[in-house]
Design a protein around this ligand. Structure first.
Ligand code: BMA
Length: 341
């Protein structure tokens, strides 16, 4: 009987592959053998899909996908799948409207996350608002996507919504930064009563002295509620003489006050080492944006962008990954405090 549990829905049809029984079996997260699950040129007019988010929906799966159009501009595409591995995409990008139902398209849109809170599905992405900023839209039927106007000031990216309210408020992680290929950045938490007005901003965690996340970090997948706290898969970035390297890290945030980091793994959970992670439009990138998880078995599937070119899938269990994070945890004062100054 596992002691560490996911608090949430059962998703018995989620994708799953057992841990390979080779020498690397000590790694807490293992890759799907048939990766990448989305190859290049997946849709007419789209050169690459990566950094994308998926969720269970009815008895199958849906997702919002970063599609890099052949004109170089990223946009969000809607996709559906029976097994969360093989995906079919709409040919046209998602059409967003404003509160009056009028067309309201962002200039560009990338790195979408998709989170259900109560009966509403929220898509959160990075867009232009006189510089890189957070874009947001809501839908209840995946037919009408209504944008919520500029929730945060620029410059900001990697906004990740919690899957439920805490103390009656929506909770969002984000990563304030600059407008370019940001060489710095910590994760902050903001709260809102209505998804429109955000405040009570708190610091969650910063870059660390570990080599793989020494430059900047950013939220990844929507936090998973567990009996140990919120399990967060995030990205950590280091700078090398040959450019940035993006790895996947793991932390556990306090369940009631998620600006407090309880555990933070000093080791990466996954770092670029396969051809589709090391070679592509931007080499050496593992960029998590979503998980699918099953409370009954504790299984977790992590969806991550690989080399800004592909989508990869990796697996773990809540028991294994939370234990690994706890065993290898180093939490600094700036992480463990409430983050208010
Ligand atoms: C970041 C974001 C991601 C991208 C990464 C690596 O700044 O733009 O979309 O995957 O760079 O290029």
């Amino acid at each position: 009987m596992n002691e560490i549990k996911i608090i949430g829905a059962n998703v018995p049809n989620m994708p799953w592959q057992e841990r390979p029984t080779d020498a690397k079996s000590w790694m807490p997260v293992w890759r799907y053998k048939e990766n990448p699950i989305i190859d290049r040129n997946p849709v007419e007019g789209v050169a690459r899909i990566f950094n994308s988010a998926v969720i269970p929906y009815n008895d199958s799966f849906i997702g919002v996908f970063r599609g890099e159009q052949t004109n170089g501009i990223p946009y969000i595409y809607f996709g559906r799948s029976k097994d969360a591995i093989h995906w079919e995409f709409d040919k046209d990008k998602i059409s967003f409207v404003d509160e009056n139902g009028e067309a309201f398209m962002p200039v560009y849109a990338y790195d979408p996350r998709l989170v259900q809170v109560e009966d509403v599905y929220y898509i959160i992405w990075c867009q232009d608002f006189y510089g890189a900023a957070i874009g947001m839209a809501k839908t209840t039927d995946f037919k009408v996507f209504t944008r919520i106007e500029n929730p945060f000031l620029p410059f900001n990216r990697n906004a990740v919504l919690f899957p439920r309210k805490i103390h009656g408020n929506f909770m969002m992680l984000s990563r304030p930064s600059d407008s370019g290929h940001t060489p710095f950045g910590d994760i902050f938490l903001s709260e809102s009563p209505d998804m429109i007005y955000w405040g009570k901003h708190r610091h969650v965690m910063g870059k660390s002295s570990e080599w793989w996340e020494a430059l900047k970090i950013g939220g990844g997948a929507a936090p998973i509620e567990t009996t140990e706290g919120w399990l967060l898969f995030y990205h950590g970035v280091t700078g090398t003489c040959n450019g940035y390297v993006y790895s996947i890290g793991g932390a556990i945030l306090d369940i009631d006050n998620p600006s407090i980091v309880k555990y933070r793994c000093q080791n990466f959970l996954l770092t670029p080492e396969t051809w589709y992670e090391e070679r592509g439009f931007v080499p050496n990138v593992c960029f998590p944006c979503a998980t699918i998880h099953d409370a009954q078995t504790g299984r977790i599937a992590v969806y991550y962008g690989a080399a800004d070119s592909y989508v990869g899938l990796a697996f773990t269990t809540v028991e294994e990954v939370v234990s690994y994070i706890k065993e290898n945890s180093v939490v600094r004062e700036a992480d463990s405090e409430i983050g208010r100054r």
